[in-house]
Design a protein around this ligand. Structure first.
Ligand SMILES: Cc1ncc(COP(=O)(O)O)c(C=O)c1O
Length: 402
């Protein structure tokens, strides 16, 4: 698990500055307290750690490579290294967290798993871990996401999970989380809610971050092997939905002076009301059990977000990101649907890699003229997932444009 750094968040009550905490119904308090206790015990339990490391290595295929993307580097005039989370088993970073949480669920004696999913990657990773540990699994997914991520819906079913369609609200990730929480409240004795990002009540944002910190920890070991005369890259760049792949990359570097950029989804543009740029455009509020930035009206009604990418289509964001924004440690920008699609095509053609549309947002930042990256800089981008799940979406858009 993650090495200790001088960066010491959250506090003992789960606050990252004014963000975080646990705003949940009374019935869930014992469950999150048990989760925190079991997690803290597991951190110092050698057997738990050995099994987690074994699963990451043997089952998921870690460490994932750090790849010097030479063709795009030549074009851009600075050096780009892709952290290949797409090469994990199931095709995204989500498996890092699900393997850790499934071990915690087993340690707590839970016999059933519920999860939410947007892009389907977390649903697939959870269904996979549940199959591996012989636990029944229900995945909630918004109807809109079911339509645009059909491949992942079928994968979850093949893995033995029950996919429950959510027809309320915007029929996307926010609504799937609402339903998963409802199920958890009703079945809390037997059920572990396996949250897929650094969101939700304390201790989830901390636990998911720590399980995902393997991304940045590996980069810390891999980057110096390129013999560039540098210990650390100049920049880290990652897309931000709930915020787990980005915090996983950033966290081990927070007490260095490496520049960090989180890339949100600007959808049709941040000046429209069709985006999911929560940190850039949101305000302080409470959603799904914690305080963070949130897309909401003046009256506190959650605004329906929009992104071409199901995994970024969420009106909230992990509380630690809101804190990192306010402290100025991380810069947050936003990239439109169109620019993400262009970056998707660019990586396919230039490097022979199909990125997830989520990851394409991070890649697109590299092409922004005013991004501040200087010639000769080194940039590590988290390629959070592979794009097979998005091929249908991209094909439809390309057909519409031709
Ligand atoms: C491939 C991929 N990248 C990124 C994300 C965004 O999530 P997070 O911000 O938690 O990494 C998702 C979410 O589904 C995803 O599937």
């Amino acid at each position: 698990m993650n090495k200790k750094s001088t960066y010491d968040q959250p506090d003992s009550r789960g606050h990252f500055g004014k963000f975080g905490g646990k705003y949940i119904p009374e019935t869930l308090i014992p469950a999150v307290e048990e989760l925190e206790r079991v997690y803290l015990e597991a951190q110092t339990d050698k057997d738990f750690q050995a099994e987690f490391q074994r699963l990451l290595r043997e089952y998921s295929g870690r460490p994932t490579p750090l790849y010097h993307a030479r063709r795009i580097s030549r074009e851009l005039g600075f050096d780009v290294y892709l952290k290949r989370e797409d090469l994990n088993h199931t095709g995204a970073h989500k498996i890092n967290n699900t393997l850790g949480q499934i071990l915690l669920a087993r340690r707590m004696g839970k016999t059933r798993i519920v999860a939410e999913t947007g892009a389907g990657q977390h649903g697939v990773a959870t269904a996979t871990a549940a199959a591996c540990f012989d636990l029944p699994c229900v995945v909630y997914m918004g109807d809109v996401d079911i339509q645009r991520q059909r491949l992942n819906v079928f994968r979850m079913k093949l893995l033995g999970a029950e996919v429950r369609a959510v027809h309320s609200g915007s029929k996307t990730l926010k609504d799937a989380v609402n339903e998963a929480i409802r199920d958890w409240v009703a079945n809390v004795e037997s059920t572990h809610y396996l949250i897929g990002s650094v969101v939700g009540p304390h201790p989830y944002p901390m636990i998911v971050r720590d399980f995902q910190a393997v991304i940045g920890e590996e980069v810390k070991e891999q980057f110096p092997t390129f013999s560039l005369g540098k210990t650390d890259p100049d920049w880290l760049v990652a897309c931000v939905g709930g915020g787990s792949n980005s915090i996983g990359l950033f966290h081990p570097y927070l007490d260095t002076d490496v520049k960090m950029v989180g890339v949100e989804a600007a959808g049709l543009g941040i000046n429209t009301n069709q985006h999911a740029a929560t940190i850039n455009c949101g305000s302080y509020g409470i959603l799904h059990g914690s305080a963070s930035y949130l897309l909401q009206t003046r009256e506190g009604q959650v605004v329906l977000p929009h992104s071409i990418s199901a995994g970024l289509d969420y009106p909230g964001v992990g509380p630690e990101h809101s804190h990192l924004k306010d402290s100025g440690r991380v810069k947050y920008v936003a990239v439109t649907d169109d620019d993400a699609i262009n970056a998707f095509n660019w990586l396919c053609e230039k490097e022979g890699i199909l990125p997830a549309l989520e990851s394409a947002h991070a890649l697109s930042f590299l092409r922004q003229e005013d991004n501040g990256i200087k010639s000769g800089d080194t940039v590590v981008v988290c390629l959070s997932g592979r794009g097979d799940k998005d091929v249908e979406t991209v094909a439809t858009i390309m057909e519409q444009k031709s």
